[in-house]
Design a protein. Structure first.
Length: 529
């Protein structure tokens, strides 16, 4: 035993060795240092005299049981609530010790004290770091939510008056007696309003991309028809006398793929908009091909133009939000500088890649590659026999609280052989006894007294799918659109709403081609929305 005790005197653990009578027979240097008690004052004394806590329960009983059973015992406590009378040199620094009781040989036992303060503080620092990270994460989420709410409110407050500005401009421009100079000025007002609407839309879209709130919805798509529809739309936006828009489709016209049409359409639209903006004369090409290897297929789309070109040294800057090549570009061509940032974000979300080739002053080529899946053409859906076109006026009910908006939509609908009634909130709408006599309900989402979401949910409980309900909203965030569909609305029209949109909507009712969103609202509980 003496040789063992000599060894125990030189290890960085505290050892208090005692016999079955609880008389201390060894007190090593580590305990001398930690307790400031010299061994000469301890040896030969009762363990309880040296460590008074041991005389109390549950320690006394536990130690006695350990002596009888020869089984080891583990204790753990902090400095100020510990078996051993340990001192703390730094009262501001919490110390932690673990204590073990073991049998060295029959009748000889040891309390072993191990200082785990450093480990404790590492763990404590780790916990504090995790807590701080959680707080920072929560703050970031709150900031993101505040930004999202601000952008949504900003969009709503800007789009609502824009709806009236653009709508009434279009109405006045339809007047055949209007002077050409006045028509030109109104055209400028209308285009400026539409441009502002696009800017707001770009900011919201980039915000969604930045927050990774873009959900992809791949659908069966005839690639040729899809590309041609976009090109046809943008063909109306160019000066055909100076710029030609051409396509080169190296794909079978019968090719069907699975792709998110909305997101791919946004990518192509942004790139075409840039090409048209920066090409004053020459040719813009839209080239499409399908590249397939053994494992996957890619839609490859190239937009080529003969415009001002891009300084390749500034590409990284152009991909940053709200950036353009230089200040002169912004002054000359306008825009938010979000176009390529949105394209980059959407392509990354779709697991695609893109490449830019350009020579300053000679045009640019932007190539996009998006993974896809080639599929068989979906089975033809029989086109329903068109009902005889309704000769009577379509009855339309509009729920809208703003007088300016009511006046505008009344004027717009007057062109389409409709009979229009108005209510100012959902409560007034629900008081109408026979809503089934209306072929269409246009529902503003944010009304006082009772909003459009809650009203629609109640209507679905009462009428099921018997009503056509279309949302009118200046809030175009995905959350608001999802909220409209979850409430049971069939379609969503985002303000500003044009006459062309209303014409298409009414025509779909007359032709029996009105499409409903596939939300099973009848199985959803009505919420206090």
């Amino acid at each position: 035993m003496p040789s063992i005790l000599g060894y125990l005197d030189h290890i960085p653990q505290g050892y208090c060795v005692f016999d079955s009578s609880r008389v201390v027979i060894f007190w090593n240097q580590a305990l001398e240092m930690w307790t400031s008690i010299n061994r000469d004052k301890v040896l030969g004394r009762k363990l309880e005299d040296v460590c008074p806590k041991i005389a109390t329960e549950p320690y006394s009983g536990v130690i006695e049981d350990a002596i009888q059973s020869q089984a080891p015992v583990f204790f753990s406590a902090t400095l100020h609530n510990h078996l051993m009378p340990l001192n703390c040199k730094d009262p501001d620094k919490r110390q932690v010790h673990q204590t073990y009781m073991v049998t060295l040989e029959r009748g000889i036992y040891a309390l072993i004290v191990e200082n785990v303060t450093s480990i404790f503080h590492i763990v404590q620092d780790h916990r504090n770091t995790i807590t701080k990270l959680k707080i920072a994460e929560s703050d970031a989420r709150n900031a993101e939510q505040a930004k999202t709410s601000f952008l949504a409110n900003m969009s709503h407050e800007i789009r609502t008056p824009l709806n009236a500005i653009i709508g009434f401009c279009e109405e006045v421009m339809d007047d055949e007696d209007l002077k050409s100079s006045h028509r030109d000025m109104l055209q400028l007002v209308s285009e400026s309003g539409k441009n502002l609407s696009r800017i707001v839309g770009d900011v919201l879209e980039y915000s969604r991309i930045e927050a990774h709130r873009i959900d992809l919805d791949p659908q069966p798509t005839n690639l040729t028809r899809f590309i041609q529809s976009i090109v046809k739309l943008y063909g109306k936006c160019i000066d055909t006398g100076r710029v030609q828009l051409k396509t080169e489709l190296a794909v079978d016209s019968r090719l069907w793929v699975e792709v998110d049409e909305t997101r791919l359409g946004q990518i192509i639209s942004n790139l075409l908009s840039n090409a048209i903006k920066f090409t004053k004369e020459g040719t813009i090409w839209v080239k499409v091909e399908l590249k397939t290897n053994q494992s996957e297929s890619h839609i490859v789309i190239a937009i080529e133009d003969t415009g001002i070109g891009i300084d390749l040294s500034k590409i990284e800057r152009l991909l940053m939000p709200f950036e353009q090549g230089d200040l002169s570009t912004t002054k000359t061509y306008g825009g938010t500088g979000l176009g390529l940032s949105i394209v980059k974000g959407l392509i990354e979300q779709m697991s695609g890649v893109f490449d830019v080739e350009s020579k300053l002053g000679e045009g640019a080529r932007v190539t996009v590659s998006i993974p896809t899946q080639v599929i068989d053409a979906p089975e033809s859906v029989p086109i329903p026999i068109q009902q005889a076109k309704l000769l009577h006026r379509l009855r339309v009910l509009v729920a809208e609280d703003r007088a300016t908006e009511r006046r505008l939509i009344a004027k717009q609908l007057s062109h389409f052989n409709t009979s229009v009634d108005f209510v100012e909130n959902g409560k007034e709408l629900l008081q109408i006894s026979d809503l089934s006599s209306y072929e269409l309900i246009l529902m503003d989402c944010k009304m006082p007294v009772m909003n459009g979401y809650h009203t629609t949910a109640l209507l679905r409980e009462r009428y099921g799918k018997g009503l056509r309900i279309v949302a009118l909203t200046a809030s175009v965030s995905e959350a608001e659109i999802d909220r409209a569909f979850e409430a049971g609305m069939d379609q969503v029209l985002a303000k500003p709403v044009s006459k062309d949109q209303l014409r298409e909507l009414l025509s779909s009712i007359r032709d029996n081609t009105f499409k409903r969103h596939e939300t099973d609202f009848l199985e959803k509980k009505v919420k206090a929305i």
